[in-house]
Design a protein. Sequence first.
Length: 65
Amino acid sequence: MTTVVKCPTCGKDVRWVPENRFRPFCSERCKQMDLGAWAAEKYRIGGNEEDTPPDDEAPPTDTRQ
């Protein structure tokens, strides 16, 4: 039995098989549209302000010798 998922970009049914090189997308176009949305910062990964150090904080130094 083949698993069928929805393309995250257009919602079209997509067979989840190794031959589908664009999975989970239905096509190269939908794959590129999704990549473009990430590049344009249309998607965000949730988090808290506490998770990010302040910009003025110095990065940790390497103390290995």
